[in-house]
Write a protein that binds this ligand. Sequence first.
Ligand code: DAH
Length: 338
Amino acid sequence: MIEKIKRLHEDIKNLSAKTAEEAEALRIKYLSKKGIINALFDEFKTIPSEQKRLVGKDLNLLKNFANEKIQALKNTVSTKETGNIDIDLQLPVSGKIGSRHPLSIVRNEIIEIFNHLGFNVSEGPEIEDDWHVFSALNFPPEHPARDMQDTFFINNNPDILLRTHTSSVQVRVMDNENPPIRTISPGRVYRNEAISARAHCIFHQVEGLYIDHNVSFADLKQTLLYFAKEMFGEETKIRLRPSYFPFTEPSAEMDISCKLCGGKGCNVCKYTGWVEILGCGMVDPNVLDSNNIDSKEYTGFAFGMGIERIAMLKYGINDLRLFFENNMEFLSQFKGNL
Ligand code: DAH
């Protein structure tokens, strides 16, 4: 039987088809219920059991090979067939014109606002190691903040993981550049969370980092106030509440006055008049030193925000899952020039 399989492998390797019909005839001959390969599977049932492992493996390989080969023939003939049609690239577009995804629109707006303040854009990988996501950001080995981030590890390897925040890009920028550093890093992040209207296992963040001589908390506050007014309107107010992050000291969370009720109180702001939009703080001197920036000479601030959250507040969207479902009726409401 092994011989038979070998011969068939050779035959299939040399198959060719000029038309879609010919390719389909080959599929029927080799892969249909009554085809040659299925007949071999019937024969396989009758061979002695000590041969089954070896023959079974070859047989499965043959089947996969035939599937791939015949599919490839089908693809080639179909592109050849459609290739004959003349396409006039100058014809006006008919029907619906695509629009940008709301998350792209908001991300581009954030980039534009910070560009005006002299921030450039930097990126890093989504698959990261412990150093860039945790250790270089001053998370001690057993620190509970590591658990709070619900990390996806790859192959259970504690040193290969999907980044839980874009703060990892800070570390890469500090590795590669000397101060003054003024950068924002938009990107996708992952957390092992149950999917609901308010949480998802994939979402997007923008990280900000500014390091130079004499950078102060007042600079941070003024930068974020400028951002909030540009993003949500001139009348927007901000407030900073003390918080904790391992990589900043002091740390704060920033709220903006609720755009939906103008601060009077509604269910979006839980009747407080304020909604949280980001975390921020002065870069912890330990973080600067771990990344070879002299904390006696330089200071810096950092902040991180969720793009989904900003988009939900900006557009009054109350279910985060809508961003990922690609429903045309939802998406076509957003028109962005950016
Ligand atoms: N990385 C934090 C998070 O994912 C957000 C954050 C907070 C980023 C404070 C910062 C920061 O840069 O200073 O929850």
